[in-house]
Design a protein around this ligand. Structure first.
Ligand code: ATP
Length: 421
């Protein structure tokens, strides 16, 4: 379905990425934006900081309407992207006096704040103001300007590496005439997302096949994340009917496992449902130690719904702050249904709310037994006068188990709120 759409490639530079010291954040930012614009990102490469590596990378990625580079624009000798781009484009480097004045003003201001001598920046400023002849400079978001250069039938766009600067200069670049033209040629794709909870990838794949698959010219991705599966269907504008048909078929196959048709996080859906009912929430968290509260607090405006909670990691806190009895703990163990229930009741009473969630589980890597292996998590919910519990048998490493437990708790709450009507 992408025939005729503009294509793009990204070359990420930085030895620190190849050494695993920093995880690449710029691909994600760019890929999402290009997808939304309907520009087809075909390839992504990561290379070190060497001149020849960058030149080779650029040559390998040639032939797209837009080739974007990330990083290597700093003031020091080991920032070599601009020189490499100039070589590949066959353009000489020239000093852009106007850009030099801009950069010098920025670095002088940084120097003033640090009490340093601005003259020490002179060489670095000049280096950053050297641009391939014919390139358009894009004002810096830090000190490194971006550059847009025509090359062959397309353009090369040079962006700084630090993710905040990368995103800011990229957004500015989108307003330049050649990128406006590319966006006009692209035009957004149709796109619809279904978020599925409680059906695994195989079940979603069967539902997709039963709904007719991509036979009508749609392009579908099925992606598992935490405990949910995200199904995104894309299509060219003239395929609206095929997209609608596939979405309707998926809804029919998956039923109420489809919990949302937008990209808002689960926590945001839960907050909205609680808010609509005038409920406030408190949490008692053992193995997740605050992850549920943190998920909710990530959403702006959470404070009218999220009252607070207790991180009851140790048994003595389960006893002293949540009133879980010694007898229940001794008889059933900390990771058990009765303890989860008692925690939810305790946090509900001590914070005086109508909705309380509690979580207790074994995140591992140690602490599992044959009866209660790593990944055993009990979640309890008190909603008004109803108590509800669920046992999750989770998989993955410690981080994944804790993340999934938090997601499972939010989902239990979501389901209970829906069931209330
Ligand atoms: P500067 O002027 O800061 O040197 P630059 O364009 O030369 O900018 P780099 O030197 O390549 O950028 O990277 C600066 C820092 O930005 C790196 O140490 C790294 O922490 C971060 N960074 C660079 N590229 C990425 C990336 N793709 N993903 C995440 N972080 C990155």
């Amino acid at each position: 379905v992408t025939a005729g759409r503009p294509t793009a490639a990204l070359l990420v530079t930085g030895q620190e990425l190849l050494l695993g010291l920093v995880a690449d954040a710029n691909t994600r930012c760019l890929a999402r934006d290009l997808d939304a614009l309907g520009i087809d990102l075909r390839r992504v490469g990561i290379v070190g900081d060497g001149h020849d590596e960058i030149v080779t990378g650029l040559r390998e990625l040639a032939g797209h309407d837009l080739v974007i580079t990330s990083g290597g624009l700093g003031p020091t000798h080991d920032d070599r992207t601009v020189a490499a781009v100039a070589e590949v484009a066959g353009a000489e480097l020239v000093l852009d006096e106007e850009l030099l004045a801009q950069i010098a003003a920025i670095t002088a201001e940084y120097a003033r704040r640090r009490g340093a001598d601005p003259a020490l920046n002179r060489d670095g400023d000049r280096k950053q103001a050297l641009v391939p002849r014919g390139a358009t400079a894009i004002p810096p978001a830090g000190t490194a300007p971006g550059l847009l250069l025509a090359h062959g039938d397309g353009h090369v766009l040079v962006l700084p590496g630090p993710p905040r600067e990368f995103a800011a200069v990229w957004r500015s670049a989108l307003e330049l005439a050649p990128l406006r033209a590319l966006r006009a040629r692209a035009g957004p794709l149709l796109r619809h997302t279904l978020r599925v909870y409680g059906a695994g990838e195989p079940a979603v794949a069967r539902a997709f096949a039963a709904a007719g698959g991509d036979g009508g010219g749609t392009r579908t991705t099925i992606c598992a994340r935490l405990l949910e599966v995200e199904v995104t269907v894309r299509a060219e504008p003239e395929r609206q009917a095929a997209l609608d048909g596939l979405i309707a078929g998926l809804r029919e196959q998956l039923g109420d496992a489809v919990y949302a048709e937008d990209e808002r996080p689960l926590a945001e859906h839960v907050l909205a449902a609680l808010r609509a009912r005038g409920l406030r929430l408190a949490v008692g968290e053992s193995c997740t130690a605050g992850l549920v509260a943190a998920r909710l607090a990530d959403i702006p405006g959470a404070s009218d719904v999220l009252l607070g909670g207790v991180i009851a990691y140790a048994n003595e806190v389960k006893r002293s702050l949540l009133g879980v009895s010694e007898a229940i703990l001794a008889e059933h163990g900390a990771v058990s249904e009765p303890v989860a229930r008692a925690m939810a009741l305790g946090v509900r009473q001590s914070l005086g709310v109508d909705a309380a969630l509690a979580i207790t589980g074994i995140a591992g890597p140690s602490g599992g037994t044959a009866e209660k292996p790593v990944g055993t998590v009990w979640i309890a919910l008190h909603l008004r006068d109803n108590a509800n519990t669920v046992l999750l048998r989770l998989w993955g490493d410690r981080t994944e188990i804790r993340q999934r437990a938090a997601q499972g708790a939010l989902n239990l709450l979501r389901r209970a709120l829906i069931a209330e009507g």
